[in-house]
Every structure is written in structure tokens, then in C-alpha cells.
Design a protein around this ligand. Structure first.
Ligand code: 6OD
Length: 464
């Protein structure tokens, strides 16, 4: 008998819909039975969210902020359980799950409680005229969450949506329902008003029912560019706001004046963390020619030491492996890796480094989302910037240099929403977060999240 996961609607658990399996990617074995939310179940979830919306929106901000802190307390109280379910669903390393994935859930709720409480309001003065803005929640927000950082990303969206006064319907990935189900338990444990948070499970069709629903007032989504544009079309007729963090083909630029130990260690992290399954992971590494050979040798040696996290599913493993085949066909040279991990029943592929492929190759232009990167030498700063910017994506970039002027110069020329200098994935939750080009639309983080999850009304009066 597998652990059962039921939808969470209006504060109740609803085990309706065709059952589907969720697997442990480490073993390839089924660990949970979940249910597909059909159009009717999704409709009930949206109605529950709508019914709860007016009272939630009317709560004073300080009270909603207090609920956010209770959610954070609830997460901390169930910390070990959350770590266990997240690892069972994804095969993440224990250390990462305990220091990043789950703590960020609590931090998301605590941070947005503070950011919202301190949000300033605008007033504009003309002679005899006062204008000011008030912010109203959108209403009901659809929160569509991917499988790579399931708890971190769900809470990253939930916290600002809720504190801004919205109610939500969450659709987790079919691959990773566990931590969402635990969050439903936490909502019940702390007595969150029913209908404020609703969770429905299923595949893409469930997400489709949700974003197409006329009762949805906005959509936040992290995932593939293709799904993002499908969602955009689905809400176009109703002209609903969307916030998307989509694909990436992120570049790292390693200059000859870089601290090489730091650059190698940082690039190993940025390429291989979470099995390369983070939209911020580096897939293109450009290294100044004078240090190329040494950097390549050290990166390849380090790749053998990194934690091997399985791909999330057999399908995704096969997709990543298909890019290795493609690299071979396109004439790439493998410095390390290049296949599935032999003798593993789970969805493992080897940490892989390729060189020698043209920039225009599919390997170098398409997001692979696995433990893999391509290395290429460059000669000048201008060339490095041009190579980095040659992608259709523009989510994140990383610059490794000890030159202060160069760091700022290059960072400001890169076409990316996020640039890290001499570090990677260092987060300040108050900063705008998101991508340019095919990597997304809108920014979340800090007050940008609150701006997305609410709408200003401008009030202008004559002072007569
Ligand atoms: O750390 C975050 O806040 C964030 N939004 C990470 C996104 C990762 C995408 O795979």
C-alpha cells in the first residue's frame, strides 16, 4: 500500500480522481498514490478559494503577516518530515535539503511577512491636489510549481501571494507532491482559514483546467518556456497577469585574473547542484584561453566528486541522455561523463563536461537541465560578453574575476535578469528575481512580488 495524497480544498482532504503513481527517483519504485484533479475538482478548488477571498483580503496586513509567521513556525515544527518527503520525491542530498530547500520555505514566509509590513505607500502632490495609491489583492492566484525545488518554489510564490491578500490554488508537479501535501497538513495544524490555500494534483491537463478557469485572477509559474507560453495563451482572452520564471542556458565567464580555486569550486556548484536541475544552473562555461586547459582539467577532476542526484524521472533522464548522443553526433569531445550511471536502477546520469561544439549546436542552444556543461575558450572581454549574450535565454550569468572594474563592466553588459560575481545562487529575498528574453516575464522578490500579487488603485482628490 502506498502513501495516499489527496487534494486540499476548502480545508478538507478530497481523494477524488484517477489515481496516479509518484516514484522515488533513487530507486525508480513507486512511493505514493496521488489523484488527478479533473475539471470538476479544479472548479471546486477555485470556488473554495473565491469563497475565502473577501474575508482574507479584509484582514489587516498585520494579521496576515502573523499567519505567515505561523506557517513558518509550522514548517519549522515539521522540519524533519519535510526533509524526508522532499528527499523521497527528488533524491536531493540531505545536506542541501536541510540547509536550502526546507529552510527557504520558512524564510520565504518570514521574509514576506516583513517586506509586506514595511511596504511604503505613495503620495503625490500638486497645488491643491493629493493623489495616493492603495493596493488591492488580485483575488485568486493559480500557483503552478515545478519539480526541481518543489517546496522552495511553492512557498516562494505562496508567501507574497497570501500576505498581499490573495487566496490560492496550488498545482504541484505530478513528480513531487509530497511536500505540498505536508504543507496542507501544516495549514490544518495552525488553523489557517479554510479555502485560503487549496492544492490540486495532476499532470499538465490539471494545470490547464486551473489556468483556464474564469475564477483565476492571475498565474505565477516556474518551468519551461513552452509551458509558459501555453499558459499565456490560456489567459490571453481574459487578460490576466502572469509572472513567469522560465528556461535558461546560463553562461559562466571565467577570466584569467579569477581566483582559480574559487572559480572551479563555484562552477562545479553552479553546473552540478541538484543534478543540474535548477533553472539557474550553468550550462555554458567560457574560459579565457590562457587558463583554459588548467580550468578544464580541474573542472573535469572535480566533476567526479560531486554528489550524484538522480534525474527526476525516467523520461527526463532519457531527455538528458539524448543530448549526449546529440553532442557525439555533432562532434563534441567528452572531458568526463557522457552516459547513464551503470548498474543504477534509479534515474542517474553521469556528471558530464563537453567541449568543441559550435555555439549554434542544439547542445549549446537548448536548455538540457541536467548535470552537464559545455566549455569553450575566449580571448577578449568583448568576445566573452558576446558569447554569453548569444543565447535566446537570459536568466542568470556568473562572472569569475578579481578585477573590480571588469566585474562591474561585464556584469552590466550581460543580458540576464541575474548576474552573480564570484559566487552563484546567493540570494537576498528582497531583490528582483527573474529573467529576460525567453527566460520569463515579470520579476518576483521583495516588493516586486507584492507588486505582481496586487493592483494599485490611484485616488486623486481636489483639496478644496
Ligand atoms: O531562489 C529562488 O527564489 C528561486 N526563485 C529559484 C528558482 C530556481 C529555478 O529553478
Amino acid at each position: 500500500m502506498f502513501e495516499q495524497i489527496a487534494h486540499f480544498i476548502g480545508g478538507e482532504l478530497v481523494a477524488e480522481g484517477t489515481p496516479f503513481p509518484a516514484y522515488d527517483p533513487v530507486t525508480g519504485k513507486q512511493i505514493r498514490e496521488v489523484h488527478v484533479a479533473d475539471r470538476d475538482v479544479v472548479d471546486r478548488a477555485v470556488r473554495a478559494a473565491r469563497a475565502a477571498a473577501p474575508a482574507w483580503a479584509e484582514l489587516p496586513m498585520a494579521e496576515r503577516a502573523a499567519w505567515m509567521r505561523r506557517l513558518a513556525d509550522g514548517i519549522e515544527a515539521r522540519f524533519d518530515d519535510l526533509v524526508d518527503v522532499e528527499i523521497a520525491d527528488t533524491g536531493k542530498p540531505v545536506e542541501q535539503t536541510r540547509t536550502l530547500d526546507i529552510p527557504r520555505g520558512a524564510a520565504n514566509f518570514r521574509s514576506f511577512a516583513e517586506i509586506a509590513a514595511q511596504r511604503p505607500s505613495n503620495a503625490f502632490h500638486l497645488p491643491g491636489v493629493l493623489s495616493y495609491t492603495v493596493h488591492r489583492p488580485l483575488g485568486v492566484v493559480a500557483v503552478v510549481v515545478p519539480w526541481n525545488l518543489p517546496f522552495l518554489l511553492m512557498t516562494w510564490k505562496l508567501a507574497p501571494a497570501l500576505v498581499a491578500g490573495n487566496t490560492v490554488v496550488v498545482k504541484p508537479s505530478e513528480n513531487t507532491p509530497g511536500s505540498a501535501a505536508l504543507l496542507a497538513e501544516i495549514c490544518r495544524e495552525i488553523g489557517l482559514p479554510p479555502g485560503v490555500v487549496n492544492i490540486v494534483y495532476g499532470y499538465g491537463a490539471t494545470g490547464g483546467h486551473l489556468v483556464e478557469h474564469p475564477g483565476i485572477d492571475g498565474v505565477t509559474f516556474t518551468g519551461s518556456t513552452r509551458t509558459g507560453s501555453t499558459i499565456m495563451r490560456a489567459v490571453a482572452d481574459r487578460v490576466k497577469p502572469v509572472s513567469f520564471e522560465l528556461g535558461g542556458k546560463n553562461a559562466a565567464l571565467v577570466f584569467e585574473d579569477a581566483d582559480l580555486d574559487k572559480a572551479v569550486a563555484g562552477t562545479l556548484r553552479s553546473v552540478f547542484t541538484n543534478g543540474g536541475q535548477v533553472c539557474l544552473c550553468t550550462e555554458r562555461v567560457y574560459v579565457q584561453r590562457s587558463i583554459f586547459d588548467e580550468f578544464a582539467r580541474r573542472l573535469a577532476a572535480g566533476a567526479g566528486e560531486v554528489y550524484r542526484q538522480p534525474m527526476i524521472s525516467a523520461e527526463h533522464r532519457d531527455k538528458v541522455l539524448s543530448y549526449f548522443d546529440l553532442a557525439r553526433e555533432e562532434g563534441g569531445e567528452f572531458l568526463t561523463g557522457g552516459g547513464a550511471v551503470p548498474g543504477e536502477s534509479g534515474y542517474y546520469v553521469e556528471p558530464t563536461i563537453v567541449t568543441g561544439l559550435p555555439e549554434s549546436s542544439r547542445f549549446n542552444t537548448e536548455e538540457i537541465f541536467g548535470p552537464v556543461c559545455h566549455l569553450r575558450p575566449f580571448d577578449t572581454e568583448d568576445e566573452a560578453v558576446e558569447l554569453a549574450n548569444s543565447s535566446q535565454y537570459g536568466l542568470a550569468a556568473t562572472v569569475w574575476t578579481t578585477g573590480l572594474g571588469r566585474a562591474h563592466r561585464v556584469a552590466q553588459r550581460l543580458e540576464a535578469g541575474l548576474v552573480w560575481v564570484n559566487t552563484w545562487y546567493l540570494r537576498d529575498l528582497r531583490t528582483p528575481f527573474g529573467g529576460v528574453k525567453l527566460s520569463g516575464i515579470g520579476r518576483e522578490g521583495g516588493t516586486q512580488s507584492l507588486d505582481f500579487y496586487s493592483e494599485p488603485t490611484t485616488i486623486t482628490m481636489e483639496l478644496t
